[in-house]
Design a protein around this ligand. Structure first.
Ligand code: NAD
Length: 487
Protein backbone atom coordinates (compact mmCIF):
# COMPACT_ATOMS: atom_id res chain seq x y z
CA UNK A 1 0.00 0.00 0.00
CA UNK A 2 1.20 3.44 -0.84
CA UNK A 3 1.16 5.83 2.14
CA UNK A 4 1.40 8.97 0.00
CA UNK A 5 -1.94 10.10 -1.45
CA UNK A 6 -2.07 10.71 -5.20
CA UNK A 7 -2.84 14.44 -5.48
CA UNK A 8 -3.47 15.13 -9.12
CA UNK A 9 -3.39 18.84 -9.99
CA UNK A 10 -6.73 20.62 -9.93
CA UNK A 11 -5.80 22.84 -12.91
CA UNK A 12 -5.71 21.40 -16.43
CA UNK A 13 -5.06 24.50 -18.55
CA UNK A 14 -2.00 26.60 -19.45
CA UNK A 15 -0.02 28.70 -16.98
CA UNK A 16 1.17 32.09 -18.24
CA UNK A 17 1.28 35.70 -17.09
CA UNK A 18 1.10 34.40 -13.51
CA UNK A 19 -2.40 32.95 -14.06
CA UNK A 20 -4.22 29.86 -15.30
CA UNK A 21 -5.96 29.92 -18.67
CA UNK A 22 -8.28 27.48 -20.42
CA UNK A 23 -7.18 26.62 -23.99
CA UNK A 24 -8.71 29.14 -26.41
CA UNK A 25 -10.37 26.45 -28.54
CA UNK A 26 -11.43 24.48 -25.47
CA UNK A 27 -9.65 21.45 -26.89
CA UNK A 28 -8.44 18.85 -24.36
CA UNK A 29 -6.44 15.61 -24.51
CA UNK A 30 -7.08 12.60 -22.28
CA UNK A 31 -4.40 11.70 -19.79
CA UNK A 32 -4.25 7.94 -19.15
CA UNK A 33 -2.19 5.85 -16.76
CA UNK A 34 0.12 3.63 -18.82
CA UNK A 35 0.16 1.00 -16.07
CA UNK A 36 -3.58 0.58 -15.45
CA UNK A 37 -5.25 2.25 -18.42
CA UNK A 38 -7.17 4.40 -15.90
CA UNK A 39 -8.25 7.88 -17.05
CA UNK A 40 -6.43 10.53 -15.03
CA UNK A 41 -8.49 13.36 -16.48
CA UNK A 42 -7.91 15.86 -19.24
CA UNK A 43 -5.15 18.30 -20.11
CA UNK A 44 -5.25 21.31 -22.41
CA UNK A 45 -4.39 20.75 -26.06
CA UNK A 46 -2.94 24.22 -26.63
CA UNK A 47 -2.93 25.57 -30.19
CA UNK A 48 -0.99 28.29 -31.98
CA UNK A 49 -3.52 30.86 -30.67
CA UNK A 50 -2.60 29.82 -27.13
CA UNK A 51 1.09 30.02 -28.07
CA UNK A 52 0.58 33.69 -29.10
CA UNK A 53 -0.87 34.48 -25.68
CA UNK A 54 1.86 32.60 -23.78
CA UNK A 55 4.61 34.31 -25.78
CA UNK A 56 3.10 37.79 -25.23
CA UNK A 57 2.99 37.13 -21.47
CA UNK A 58 6.57 35.80 -21.50
CA UNK A 59 7.77 38.93 -23.30
CA UNK A 60 6.27 41.06 -20.52
CA UNK A 61 7.89 38.76 -17.97
CA UNK A 62 11.28 39.11 -19.65
CA UNK A 63 11.18 42.90 -19.41
CA UNK A 64 10.88 42.61 -15.62
CA UNK A 65 13.16 39.63 -15.01
CA UNK A 66 16.19 40.81 -17.02
CA UNK A 67 16.51 43.76 -14.59
CA UNK A 68 16.28 41.69 -11.41
CA UNK A 69 19.83 41.61 -9.97
CA UNK A 70 21.47 38.21 -10.47
CA UNK A 71 21.73 37.39 -6.77
CA UNK A 72 18.02 38.20 -6.34
CA UNK A 73 17.24 35.82 -9.20
CA UNK A 74 19.39 33.20 -7.48
CA UNK A 75 17.44 33.61 -4.24
CA UNK A 76 14.15 32.94 -6.03
CA UNK A 77 15.63 29.91 -7.83
CA UNK A 78 16.74 28.47 -4.49
CA UNK A 79 13.21 28.99 -3.12
CA UNK A 80 11.89 27.07 -6.14
CA UNK A 81 14.37 24.25 -5.42
CA UNK A 82 13.27 24.14 -1.78
CA UNK A 83 9.57 23.93 -2.72
CA UNK A 84 10.29 21.13 -5.21
CA UNK A 85 12.12 19.24 -2.46
CA UNK A 86 9.21 19.79 -0.06
CA UNK A 87 6.71 18.42 -2.61
CA UNK A 88 9.10 15.79 -4.02
CA UNK A 89 7.12 12.68 -3.06
CA UNK A 90 3.86 14.13 -4.30
CA UNK A 91 5.40 15.11 -7.66
CA UNK A 92 7.10 11.72 -7.97
CA UNK A 93 3.81 9.92 -7.45
CA UNK A 94 2.08 12.01 -10.13
CA UNK A 95 4.84 11.10 -12.61
CA UNK A 96 4.57 7.42 -11.67
CA UNK A 97 0.82 7.37 -12.29
CA UNK A 98 0.98 9.47 -15.46
CA UNK A 99 4.30 8.40 -17.03
CA UNK A 100 4.65 4.78 -15.82
CA UNK A 101 8.09 5.04 -14.15
CA UNK A 102 8.56 3.60 -10.64
CA UNK A 103 7.92 5.94 -7.73
CA UNK A 104 11.29 5.47 -6.03
CA UNK A 105 13.07 6.54 -9.22
CA UNK A 106 10.81 9.56 -9.81
CA UNK A 107 11.52 10.62 -6.24
CA UNK A 108 15.19 10.89 -7.13
CA UNK A 109 14.21 12.80 -10.31
CA UNK A 110 12.48 15.41 -8.13
CA UNK A 111 15.60 15.69 -5.95
CA UNK A 112 17.77 16.08 -9.06
CA UNK A 113 15.52 18.84 -10.42
CA UNK A 114 15.76 20.71 -7.11
CA UNK A 115 19.54 20.25 -7.25
CA UNK A 116 19.68 21.92 -10.66
CA UNK A 117 17.84 24.98 -9.32
CA UNK A 118 20.50 25.24 -6.60
CA UNK A 119 23.32 24.58 -9.06
CA UNK A 120 22.32 27.30 -11.54
CA UNK A 121 21.48 29.69 -8.70
CA UNK A 122 25.12 29.32 -7.66
CA UNK A 123 26.31 30.17 -11.19
CA UNK A 124 24.48 33.49 -11.69
CA UNK A 125 27.66 35.52 -11.15
CA UNK A 126 29.54 33.35 -13.66
CA UNK A 127 27.79 35.12 -16.56
CA UNK A 128 31.02 37.06 -16.92
CA UNK A 129 32.55 38.99 -19.75
CA UNK A 130 36.16 39.82 -20.60
CA UNK A 131 38.22 42.96 -20.82
CA UNK A 132 40.41 43.24 -23.89
CA UNK A 133 43.63 45.33 -23.63
CA UNK A 134 43.61 48.27 -26.10
CA UNK A 135 46.27 50.66 -24.77
CA UNK A 136 45.95 53.96 -22.88
CA UNK A 137 42.74 55.99 -22.89
CA UNK A 138 40.56 53.11 -24.08
CA UNK A 139 38.56 50.44 -22.31
CA UNK A 140 37.15 47.50 -24.24
CA UNK A 141 35.01 44.89 -22.49
CA UNK A 142 32.28 42.36 -23.07
CA UNK A 143 29.11 41.71 -21.11
CA UNK A 144 26.71 38.79 -21.27
CA UNK A 145 23.00 39.52 -21.57
CA UNK A 146 20.00 37.20 -21.51
CA UNK A 147 18.42 36.34 -24.88
CA UNK A 148 14.73 37.04 -24.21
CA UNK A 149 11.95 34.45 -24.24
CA UNK A 150 13.29 30.88 -24.29
CA UNK A 151 11.07 27.90 -25.22
CA UNK A 152 12.11 24.53 -23.84
CA UNK A 153 10.31 21.50 -25.33
CA UNK A 154 10.87 18.26 -23.42
CA UNK A 155 10.39 14.47 -23.70
CA UNK A 156 8.25 12.03 -21.72
CA UNK A 157 10.80 9.74 -20.06
CA UNK A 158 11.52 12.01 -17.09
CA UNK A 159 8.54 14.37 -17.38
CA UNK A 160 8.90 16.26 -14.12
CA UNK A 161 12.69 16.38 -14.00
CA UNK A 162 12.94 17.77 -17.52
CA UNK A 163 10.16 20.35 -17.12
CA UNK A 164 11.56 21.60 -13.82
CA UNK A 165 15.34 21.23 -14.17
CA UNK A 166 15.51 22.67 -17.69
CA UNK A 167 13.86 25.91 -16.53
CA UNK A 168 16.71 26.65 -14.12
CA UNK A 169 19.55 27.72 -16.47
CA UNK A 170 17.59 30.13 -18.70
CA UNK A 171 15.92 31.68 -15.64
CA UNK A 172 19.27 32.06 -13.87
CA UNK A 173 20.59 33.90 -16.94
CA UNK A 174 17.69 36.39 -16.85
CA UNK A 175 15.45 34.97 -19.59
CA UNK A 176 11.76 34.24 -19.25
CA UNK A 177 10.87 30.63 -20.08
CA UNK A 178 8.03 28.73 -21.68
CA UNK A 179 8.23 25.07 -20.70
CA UNK A 180 6.46 22.66 -23.10
CA UNK A 181 6.02 19.30 -21.33
CA UNK A 182 5.28 16.06 -23.24
CA UNK A 183 1.57 15.67 -23.99
CA UNK A 184 1.60 12.02 -22.79
CA UNK A 185 2.70 13.02 -19.26
CA UNK A 186 1.97 16.68 -18.46
CA UNK A 187 0.32 16.41 -15.04
CA UNK A 188 3.51 16.89 -13.00
CA UNK A 189 4.35 20.01 -15.07
CA UNK A 190 0.94 21.45 -14.23
CA UNK A 191 1.48 20.68 -10.56
CA UNK A 192 4.94 22.29 -10.78
CA UNK A 193 3.38 25.56 -11.96
CA UNK A 194 0.86 25.34 -9.09
CA UNK A 195 3.76 24.93 -6.65
CA UNK A 196 6.44 27.38 -7.88
CA UNK A 197 4.63 29.74 -10.29
CA UNK A 198 3.89 32.38 -7.63
CA UNK A 199 7.60 32.81 -6.79
CA UNK A 200 8.33 34.59 -10.08
CA UNK A 201 7.09 37.91 -11.44
CA UNK A 202 4.15 37.37 -13.84
CA UNK A 203 5.20 35.95 -17.22
CA UNK A 204 8.66 34.79 -16.15
CA UNK A 205 7.89 31.09 -15.67
CA UNK A 206 5.23 29.74 -18.04
CA UNK A 207 3.97 26.25 -18.86
CA UNK A 208 2.44 25.71 -22.30
CA UNK A 209 0.38 22.53 -22.24
CA UNK A 210 -0.25 20.91 -25.62
CA UNK A 211 1.15 18.62 -28.26
CA UNK A 212 2.99 18.96 -31.54
CA UNK A 213 1.00 22.06 -32.64
CA UNK A 214 2.10 23.95 -29.53
CA UNK A 215 5.73 22.81 -30.00
CA UNK A 216 5.70 23.82 -33.66
CA UNK A 217 4.19 27.25 -32.88
CA UNK A 218 6.90 27.93 -30.28
CA UNK A 219 9.65 26.84 -32.71
CA UNK A 220 8.44 29.17 -35.46
CA UNK A 221 7.42 32.31 -33.62
CA UNK A 222 9.65 35.37 -34.25
CA UNK A 223 9.37 36.49 -30.61
CA UNK A 224 10.97 33.30 -29.28
CA UNK A 225 14.68 34.05 -28.92
CA UNK A 226 15.83 30.44 -28.57
CA UNK A 227 14.25 27.00 -28.73
CA UNK A 228 15.59 23.83 -27.15
CA UNK A 229 14.48 20.21 -27.37
CA UNK A 230 14.87 17.01 -25.42
CA UNK A 231 13.32 14.59 -27.87
CA UNK A 232 13.73 12.47 -30.96
CA UNK A 233 15.85 13.14 -34.04
CA UNK A 234 12.82 13.64 -36.37
CA UNK A 235 11.42 16.27 -33.98
CA UNK A 236 14.86 17.91 -33.85
CA UNK A 237 14.88 18.13 -37.63
CA UNK A 238 11.36 19.62 -37.70
CA UNK A 239 12.29 22.22 -35.09
CA UNK A 240 15.54 23.11 -36.86
CA UNK A 241 13.59 23.75 -40.07
CA UNK A 242 10.93 25.79 -38.29
CA UNK A 243 13.52 27.81 -36.36
CA UNK A 244 15.59 28.54 -39.47
CA UNK A 245 13.06 31.18 -40.62
CA UNK A 246 14.14 33.41 -37.74
CA UNK A 247 17.65 31.93 -37.26
CA UNK A 248 17.05 30.93 -33.65
CA UNK A 249 19.91 29.39 -31.70
CA UNK A 250 19.19 25.76 -30.76
CA UNK A 251 20.14 23.39 -27.97
CA UNK A 252 19.20 19.78 -28.68
CA UNK A 253 19.45 16.61 -26.58
CA UNK A 254 18.24 13.89 -28.94
CA UNK A 255 18.33 10.12 -29.30
CA UNK A 256 20.97 7.48 -28.73
CA UNK A 257 21.99 3.94 -29.72
CA UNK A 258 24.84 3.80 -27.27
CA UNK A 259 27.57 1.20 -26.83
CA UNK A 260 29.13 -0.52 -23.85
CA UNK A 261 32.54 -1.99 -24.67
CA UNK A 262 34.15 -4.73 -22.56
CA UNK A 263 37.84 -5.59 -23.11
CA UNK A 264 39.29 -9.10 -22.43
CA UNK A 265 40.71 -8.18 -19.01
CA UNK A 266 37.38 -6.93 -17.56
CA UNK A 267 35.72 -8.94 -14.79
CA UNK A 268 32.73 -10.82 -16.35
CA UNK A 269 30.47 -10.34 -13.34
CA UNK A 270 31.20 -6.61 -13.13
CA UNK A 271 30.61 -6.32 -16.87
CA UNK A 272 27.33 -8.26 -16.68
CA UNK A 273 26.14 -5.95 -13.90
CA UNK A 274 27.10 -2.85 -15.95
CA UNK A 275 25.49 -4.22 -19.13
CA UNK A 276 22.17 -4.58 -17.32
CA UNK A 277 22.55 -1.39 -15.22
CA UNK A 278 23.33 0.60 -18.39
CA UNK A 279 19.98 -0.38 -19.90
CA UNK A 280 17.95 1.61 -17.35
CA UNK A 281 15.37 -1.19 -17.20
CA UNK A 282 13.82 0.60 -14.20
CA UNK A 283 12.19 3.02 -16.63
CA UNK A 284 11.90 0.38 -19.38
CA UNK A 285 15.07 1.47 -21.17
CA UNK A 286 13.34 4.74 -22.06
CA UNK A 287 16.51 6.74 -21.73
CA UNK A 288 18.60 8.53 -24.34
CA UNK A 289 21.77 7.41 -22.55
CA UNK A 290 20.93 3.67 -22.29
CA UNK A 291 23.79 1.49 -23.51
CA UNK A 292 21.52 -0.71 -25.63
CA UNK A 293 24.43 -2.33 -27.55
CA UNK A 294 26.90 -4.28 -25.40
CA UNK A 295 30.11 -5.17 -27.30
CA UNK A 296 31.79 -7.97 -25.31
CA UNK A 297 35.20 -9.39 -26.22
CA UNK A 298 34.88 -13.00 -27.38
CA UNK A 299 37.24 -14.25 -24.63
CA UNK A 300 34.77 -13.25 -21.88
CA UNK A 301 31.56 -13.35 -23.96
CA UNK A 302 30.24 -16.70 -22.69
CA UNK A 303 31.05 -15.85 -19.05
CA UNK A 304 29.27 -12.47 -19.29
CA UNK A 305 26.20 -13.89 -21.06
CA UNK A 306 25.94 -16.65 -18.45
CA UNK A 307 25.71 -14.02 -15.67
CA UNK A 308 23.12 -11.75 -17.34
CA UNK A 309 19.99 -13.57 -16.01
CA UNK A 310 21.13 -13.05 -12.40
CA UNK A 311 21.38 -9.27 -12.93
CA UNK A 312 18.19 -9.01 -14.99
CA UNK A 313 16.28 -10.74 -12.17
CA UNK A 314 16.48 -7.47 -10.16
CA UNK A 315 14.02 -5.89 -12.61
CA UNK A 316 10.45 -7.15 -12.34
CA UNK A 317 7.65 -5.20 -13.99
CA UNK A 318 5.16 -3.92 -11.43
CA UNK A 319 2.74 -1.09 -10.71
CA UNK A 320 4.90 2.06 -10.76
CA UNK A 321 3.08 3.71 -7.86
CA UNK A 322 4.12 0.84 -5.56
CA UNK A 323 7.37 1.93 -3.82
CA UNK A 324 8.73 -1.64 -4.10
CA UNK A 325 8.46 -1.76 -7.90
CA UNK A 326 11.77 -2.09 -9.77
CA UNK A 327 10.53 -1.74 -13.36
CA UNK A 328 7.61 0.32 -14.64
CA UNK A 329 5.37 0.52 -17.67
CA UNK A 330 6.08 1.92 -21.14
CA UNK A 331 4.67 5.44 -21.44
CA UNK A 332 2.05 4.94 -24.16
CA UNK A 333 0.32 2.23 -26.16
CA UNK A 334 2.04 3.53 -29.31
CA UNK A 335 5.50 3.22 -27.75
CA UNK A 336 4.61 -0.22 -26.30
CA UNK A 337 3.57 -1.50 -29.73
CA UNK A 338 6.79 -0.13 -31.22
CA UNK A 339 8.78 -2.15 -28.66
CA UNK A 340 6.89 -5.36 -29.52
CA UNK A 341 7.48 -4.73 -33.24
CA UNK A 342 11.24 -4.41 -32.63
CA UNK A 343 11.26 -7.74 -30.75
CA UNK A 344 9.83 -9.36 -33.91
CA UNK A 345 12.30 -7.49 -36.13
CA UNK A 346 15.26 -8.69 -34.02
CA UNK A 347 14.05 -12.30 -34.16
CA UNK A 348 13.49 -12.11 -37.92
CA UNK A 349 17.01 -10.73 -38.40
CA UNK A 350 18.47 -13.76 -36.56
CA UNK A 351 19.19 -12.32 -33.10
CA UNK A 352 18.91 -14.96 -30.35
CA UNK A 353 16.38 -14.19 -27.60
CA UNK A 354 18.00 -14.88 -24.22
CA UNK A 355 15.50 -13.27 -21.84
CA UNK A 356 12.06 -11.65 -21.88
CA UNK A 357 10.56 -10.73 -25.23
CA UNK A 358 6.95 -10.70 -24.04
CA UNK A 359 4.40 -9.24 -21.63
CA UNK A 360 4.71 -10.37 -18.00
CA UNK A 361 2.18 -13.04 -16.92
CA UNK A 362 1.07 -11.21 -13.74
CA UNK A 363 -2.73 -10.63 -14.11
CA UNK A 364 -2.44 -7.38 -12.09
CA UNK A 365 -0.52 -5.93 -15.02
CA UNK A 366 -2.96 -7.02 -17.73
CA UNK A 367 -4.24 -3.52 -18.55
CA UNK A 368 -0.85 -1.78 -18.72
CA UNK A 369 1.97 -1.33 -21.24
CA UNK A 370 4.34 -3.83 -19.63
CA UNK A 371 7.15 -5.74 -21.35
CA UNK A 372 9.68 -7.97 -19.61
CA UNK A 373 13.33 -6.88 -19.68
CA UNK A 374 14.45 -8.28 -23.00
CA UNK A 375 17.96 -9.43 -23.96
CA UNK A 376 19.11 -10.55 -27.42
CA UNK A 377 22.52 -12.20 -27.77
CA UNK A 378 24.66 -13.02 -30.83
CA UNK A 379 23.59 -9.75 -32.43
CA UNK A 380 25.71 -8.20 -35.17
CA UNK A 381 25.91 -4.63 -36.37
CA UNK A 382 24.11 -5.33 -39.67
CA UNK A 383 20.85 -6.08 -37.80
CA UNK A 384 18.23 -3.32 -37.43
CA UNK A 385 18.08 -3.87 -33.67
CA UNK A 386 21.73 -2.73 -33.48
CA UNK A 387 21.14 0.44 -35.50
CA UNK A 388 17.74 1.92 -34.66
CA UNK A 389 16.75 3.56 -31.39
CA UNK A 390 13.91 1.54 -29.83
CA UNK A 391 13.61 3.58 -26.64
CA UNK A 392 12.39 0.49 -24.84
CA UNK A 393 13.63 -2.43 -22.67
CA UNK A 394 15.60 -4.25 -25.41
CA UNK A 395 19.30 -4.94 -25.02
CA UNK A 396 21.53 -6.31 -27.79
CA UNK A 397 24.74 -8.18 -26.93
CA UNK A 398 27.41 -8.38 -29.65
CA UNK A 399 30.66 -10.42 -29.52
CA UNK A 400 33.85 -8.85 -30.90
CA UNK A 401 37.41 -9.97 -31.62
CA UNK A 402 39.13 -7.26 -33.69
CA UNK A 403 39.37 -3.89 -31.92
CA UNK A 404 39.44 -1.76 -35.07
CA UNK A 405 36.35 -3.47 -36.50
CA UNK A 406 34.58 -3.21 -33.14
CA UNK A 407 35.20 0.57 -33.05
CA UNK A 408 33.92 0.87 -36.62
CA UNK A 409 30.74 -0.97 -35.56
CA UNK A 410 30.35 1.18 -32.43
CA UNK A 411 30.57 4.29 -34.62
CA UNK A 412 28.38 2.93 -37.43
CA UNK A 413 25.15 4.44 -36.08
CA UNK A 414 23.84 7.96 -36.75
CA UNK A 415 23.83 8.68 -33.01
CA UNK A 416 26.70 9.50 -30.63
CA UNK A 417 25.53 10.24 -27.10
CA UNK A 418 27.15 7.98 -24.47
CA UNK A 419 29.65 5.12 -24.32
CA UNK A 420 30.77 2.93 -21.40
CA UNK A 421 34.20 1.26 -21.54
CA UNK A 422 35.24 -1.60 -19.22
CA UNK A 423 38.94 -2.42 -18.77
CA UNK A 424 41.85 -1.92 -16.39
CA UNK A 425 44.24 -1.57 -19.32
CA UNK A 426 44.91 2.19 -19.37
CA UNK A 427 46.06 2.19 -22.95
CA UNK A 428 43.01 0.28 -24.21
CA UNK A 429 40.70 2.58 -22.22
CA UNK A 430 42.33 5.67 -23.66
CA UNK A 431 42.33 4.30 -27.23
CA UNK A 432 38.66 3.46 -27.02
CA UNK A 433 37.66 6.74 -25.30
CA UNK A 434 39.44 8.69 -28.02
CA UNK A 435 38.08 6.49 -30.81
CA UNK A 436 34.36 6.45 -30.00
CA UNK A 437 32.13 9.11 -31.54
CA UNK A 438 30.16 9.98 -28.40
CA UNK A 439 29.83 13.12 -26.30
CA UNK A 440 29.82 11.45 -22.86
CA UNK A 441 32.17 8.54 -22.06
CA UNK A 442 32.45 6.50 -18.86
CA UNK A 443 35.41 4.22 -18.07
CA UNK A 444 34.47 1.50 -15.56
CA UNK A 445 31.20 3.33 -14.85
CA UNK A 446 27.82 3.46 -16.55
CA UNK A 447 24.47 5.30 -16.62
CA UNK A 448 25.41 8.11 -14.22
CA UNK A 449 25.16 11.86 -14.77
CA UNK A 450 27.37 14.21 -12.76
CA UNK A 451 26.04 17.74 -12.30
CA UNK A 452 28.71 20.20 -13.46
CA UNK A 453 30.02 18.00 -16.27
CA UNK A 454 28.94 18.70 -19.87
CA UNK A 455 26.28 16.25 -21.08
CA UNK A 456 25.41 16.14 -24.78
CA UNK A 457 25.79 14.31 -28.04
CA UNK A 458 27.92 13.95 -31.13
CA UNK A 459 26.41 13.51 -34.60
CA UNK A 460 22.59 13.32 -34.54
CA UNK A 461 22.40 12.92 -30.77
CA UNK A 462 22.35 16.64 -30.23
CA UNK A 463 23.75 20.13 -30.35
CA UNK A 464 25.21 21.85 -27.28
CA UNK A 465 25.86 20.76 -23.71
CA UNK A 466 23.70 20.72 -20.57
CA UNK A 467 24.03 20.27 -16.79
CA UNK A 468 27.10 22.56 -16.67
CA UNK A 469 28.22 26.18 -17.03
CA UNK A 470 27.89 26.04 -20.83
CA UNK A 471 24.16 25.38 -20.43
CA UNK A 472 23.85 28.69 -18.57
CA UNK A 473 26.02 30.55 -21.10
CA UNK A 474 23.99 29.12 -24.00
CA UNK A 475 21.12 31.32 -22.79
CA UNK A 476 23.21 34.51 -23.01
CA UNK A 477 24.70 36.59 -25.79
CA UNK A 478 27.91 38.61 -25.72
CA UNK A 479 28.06 42.35 -26.24
CA UNK A 480 31.34 44.13 -26.82
CA UNK A 481 31.63 47.74 -25.59
CA UNK A 482 34.48 49.99 -26.66
CA UNK A 483 35.02 53.19 -24.63
CA UNK A 484 37.44 55.94 -25.70
CA UNK A 485 38.42 58.25 -22.81
CA UNK A 486 41.22 60.08 -24.59
CA UNK A 487 40.35 63.45 -26.18
P1 NAD B 1 9.41 13.46 -29.32
O1 NAD B 1 10.47 14.05 -30.19
O2 NAD B 1 8.31 12.72 -29.95
O3 NAD B 1 8.72 14.62 -28.42
C1 NAD B 1 9.47 15.47 -27.61
C2 NAD B 1 8.73 16.78 -27.44
O4 NAD B 1 8.66 17.44 -28.71
C3 NAD B 1 7.29 16.63 -26.94
O5 NAD B 1 7.04 17.64 -25.99
C4 NAD B 1 6.47 16.85 -28.22
O6 NAD B 1 5.18 17.37 -27.97
C5 NAD B 1 7.32 17.84 -28.97
N1 NAD B 1 7.13 17.82 -30.43
C6 NAD B 1 6.77 16.77 -31.21
N2 NAD B 1 6.76 17.15 -32.52
C7 NAD B 1 7.13 18.46 -32.55
C8 NAD B 1 7.32 19.41 -33.60
N3 NAD B 1 7.12 19.08 -34.88
N4 NAD B 1 7.71 20.66 -33.27
C9 NAD B 1 7.93 20.99 -31.98
N5 NAD B 1 7.75 20.14 -30.94
C10 NAD B 1 7.36 18.89 -31.22
O7 NAD B 1 10.22 12.59 -28.25
P2 NAD B 1 9.63 11.65 -27.12
O8 NAD B 1 9.01 10.48 -27.80
O9 NAD B 1 8.83 12.44 -26.15
O10 NAD B 1 10.98 11.21 -26.35
C11 NAD B 1 11.80 10.20 -26.81
C12 NAD B 1 13.03 10.76 -27.52
O11 NAD B 1 13.69 11.72 -26.71
C13 NAD B 1 14.06 9.68 -27.79
O12 NAD B 1 14.58 9.81 -29.09
C14 NAD B 1 15.13 9.96 -26.75
O13 NAD B 1 16.41 9.46 -27.06
C15 NAD B 1 15.08 11.44 -26.65
N6 NAD B 1 15.68 11.90 -25.36
C16 NAD B 1 16.91 12.49 -25.37
C17 NAD B 1 17.51 12.89 -24.17
C18 NAD B 1 18.90 13.49 -24.15
O14 NAD B 1 19.28 14.07 -23.14
N7 NAD B 1 19.69 13.36 -25.22
C19 NAD B 1 16.83 12.70 -22.97
C20 NAD B 1 15.58 12.10 -23.01
C21 NAD B 1 15.01 11.71 -24.21
Amino acid sequence: MNAIPLNLPTRRGLYYGGEWHAPKTNRYLQSKSPSTGELLGEIADGTSDDAEAVIAAAQQGFRTWRDVPPLERAKILREAGALIRKHGDELALIDSADGGNPFHEMRSDAAKAAGQFDFFAGLVTEMKGDSIPMGPGVVNFTTREPLGVVARIVAFNHPFMFTAAKAAAPLAAGNSVIMKPPEVASLSAIRLAEIIGHLFPAGVFNVAIGGREMGAALSTHPDIAMVTLIGSVPTGRAIMKAASETLKPLLFELGGKNALIAFPDADPDEVASAVIGGMNFTWCGQSCGSTSRAFIHESIYAAVVEKLPKHVAKYRPGLPTDPATTMGAIVSREQYEKVLRYIDVAKADGAKLLLGGKRPDDPKLAEGNFVEPTVFVDVNQTMRIANEEVFGPILSVLPWSDEKQMLRDVNAVEYGLTCSIWTNDLKAAHRAAAGVEAGFVWVNEVAKHFLGTPFGGYKQSGIGREECLSELLAFTREKNIHVRFAG
